[in-house]
Design a protein around this ligand. Structure first.
Ligand code: AGP
Length: 609
């Protein structure tokens, strides 16, 4: 939630900050602002709205300065408004500060600072930080921020500039991500690497409890206690072109069409097509971990939770191991029982989701082995876990997760196969058959994506439909959940995902001509039962769309429209069944003219609880 960016150099920093904010906009988009040191004073521009509104404000009221900070906001404390937009300033207007996170003790701090004479102008928690910096300022912005962060409880990545200590950005991190980029005669701070790619590939990741001072000449790191920190500089292997739309109308469309390659890349060098063996040595997990584990717990939120459910069914079938999938937020509130033989997988595209990260840390405190399954190898989760199963999906900019979901399923399929092989649960022949079919899946995905035009036509035909019931059973129950989530989050259409078997226990009462059922019905072990569900809907006058194998006449007879997918092993059907549902949601939202990549109220990376 929220994106922060900073640039310190010798040329005007405003264009780089504005462009950086555009690339961070997926993290929050209700208001935005920039502050720069223009030589004499701190100047800022802020707007309620999107980065394009900030760009317009800057066109009307230009700003220039060689050192500055910017912010794109997802409101937590205080409604979206110009007043509440960052950067915030101190009483004297000499310090400007941006923040990603939540200050939990802000109320007590605010009361105290007000009693000491500080004047507050916003409803935000962030404003206490800038007043604390002002209070502690004795000539060094670095020391003032150091003293301020010691008083904060909660999560923060902050950056500030001051006309009283010019030419530098001072940053601190405790929770939300912050990465530093080293350019030619300029340095950058950012919430993620995407804004940096156009300036430099050389980066260093700040850790919790660290501060950084950025100038045109370089970056100095230290701990909150003041001890110097030597940081390794890493070289990024992402290309700038990876964060462009490449001719697609939206990032989401581009990312949907990249999905077959994501599966190819996730499998690359991890499977043998001769022996059927799966190699997960790159995860860093000890080889004995699989043999010792008597239970697997998967923790995640949102779409990643749905991938976890698919993983559960794969693990149960292939490795015959007990598996629980838990919402990270719920697990944290419960007296959850985890014994030493429990192997924990934290699944998260961003690797920064606050609840998943906290649940992961809880498991680590209990000395359990934890594997992070993420698309962000330098994220907090990747760093906090014992091992990393990297998705290699490339940057995902659309707020609605698509290619990372498919990457997570591919990673979990590999994990399930490796687990089963380590425990001798699969014969060599079974392993080979499964791995060879998994390798064929991307080609089949491309075939489904080739029918996108038909799905677009269907999405337009059903545009007036206001209520959807997504039904699936067994390994396609999570796909029903995911299909409903995609439709809800980007097209703002009411959709519920249900297990087919649960339909008779309540949702059947909703069926009438105003409710469209989207049945996920590949020919698998529950095919007949799903056909019965479809017949029950049909008998009550409900409209039906179906995702089914090519040539499935029975599904075709019950549904008004069938989105056909090629046949595959029943465990791998989710790779294919999810595609028409993503495309259906995408085209419904695009046809309504909605902001597909930045749906209202959402943020890509939920770093608050
Ligand atoms: C995905 O479309 C959603 N916007 C959201 O549910 C997301 O999956 C969830 O916030 C978890 O994010 P993570 O994978 O980064 O942990």
């Amino acid at each position: 939630m929220c994106g922060i960016i900073g640039c310190a150099g010798t040329r005007d920093a405003v264009p780089a900050i504005l462009e950086g904010l555009r690339r961070l906009e997926y993290r929050g988009y209700d208001s935005a602002g920039i502050a720069v040191l223009d030589g004499r004073a701190v100047e800022r521009r802020r707007v309620k709205g999107k980065i394009r509104d900030l760009a317009e404000e800057l066109r009307l009221h230009p700003l220039a300065g060689v050192c500055g900070i910017g912010h794109t906001r997802w409101a937590t404390h205080g409604r979206p408004s110009e007043d509440n937009a960052h950067p915030h300033t101190d009483c004297g207007g000499a310090i400007a500060l941006v923040h990603n996170g939540i200050v939990e003790n802000y109320w007590a701090l605010k009361e105290r600072l007000k009693a000491e004479g500080h004047v507050f102008r916003t409803e935000t928690d962030t404003e206490v930080i800038v007043h604390l910096v002002e209070k502690h300022f004795r000539g060094s912005l670095e020391e003032a921020l150091r003293a301020a962060v010691r008083e904060l409880e909660g999560a923060f990545a902050v950056a500030c500039v001051s006309s009283r200590d010019p030419g530098k950005i001072v940053a601190a991190r405790n929770g939300p991500p912050a990465v530093v980029g080293f350019g030619q005669g300029e340095t950058f701070l950012s919430s993620d690497i995407t804004p940096l790619l156009h300036h430099t590939r050389r980066v260093a990741y700040m850790d919790d409890g660290e501060m950084a001072v950025l100038t045109a000449d370089g970056v100095r790191f230290s701990t909150f206690a003041g001890a110097p920190v030597a940081k390794a500089v890493e070289t990024l292997d992402w290309e700038p072109a990876m964060v462009e739309k490449r001719g697609f109308a939206h990032f989401m469309a581009k990312e949907i069409f990249e999905q077959a390659d994501v599966v190819r890349d996730t499998l690359k060098s991890r499977v043998s097509l001769d022996s059927g063996r799966v190699f997960l040595e790159d995860t860093g997990l000890q080889p004995g971990v699989f043999r010792r584990a008597s239970r697997v717990v998967l923790i995640a939120c949102g779409t990643s939770y749905h991938a976890g459910l698919v993983g559960k069914y794969m693990l149960e079938t292939l490795a015959r191991v007990p598996v629980d999938v838990e919402y990270a937020s719920e697990l944290r509130s419960r007296d959850f029982v985890m014994d030493r033989e429990t192997l924990v997988l934290a699944i998260s595209q961003s690797g920064e989701t606050a609840d998943t990260l906290a649940a992961l840390r809880l498991a680590r405190e209990k000395a359990l082995a934890v594997l992070a399954v993420t698309n962000s190898p330098n994220s907090s989760m990747a760093r906090a876990a014992d091992g990393l199963l990297d998705l290699h999906a490339g940057p995902e900019i659309g707020v609605a997760a698509t290619k990372t979901f498919v990457g997570q399923m591919a990673a979990l399929a590999l994990f399930a196969l490796a687990f089963a092989q380590a425990r001798g649960a699969l014969s060599d022949g079974q392993s080979l058959e499964l791995v060879q079919e998994l390798q064929r899946v991307p080609h089949k995905m491309d075939r489904v994506l080739g029918s996108a035009a038909a799905i677009e036509r269907a999405a337009r035909r059903y545009l007036a439909c206001e209520h959807y019931l997504f039904l699936g059973r067994w390994i396609n129950f999570p796909i029903a959940l995911e299909g409903a989530l995609k439709l809800k989050e980007i097209s703002y259409t009411h959709a519920e995902g249900y297990a087919g078997g649960e339909m008779k226990h309540g949702p059947i009462a909703l069926i009438d001509e105003g409710m469209t059922t989207l049945a996920v019905v590949p020919r698998d072990r529950v095919h007949d039962k799903m056909l019965s569900n479809m017949a029950e809907v049909q008998a009550r006058g409900g409209r039906i769309l179906a995702v089914a194998f090519e040539g499935d006449d029975k599904a075709g007879m019950a549904a008004e429209e069938v989105f056909s997918i090629p046949e595959t092993h029943q465990l791998f059907t989710p790779f294919l069944t999810v595609l028409p549902l993503q495309l259906f949601a995408y085209h419904a939202a695009a046809a309504k003219g909605l902001d597909v990549d930045q749906p209202r109220n959402l943020a890509k990376s939920v770093t608050v609880e």
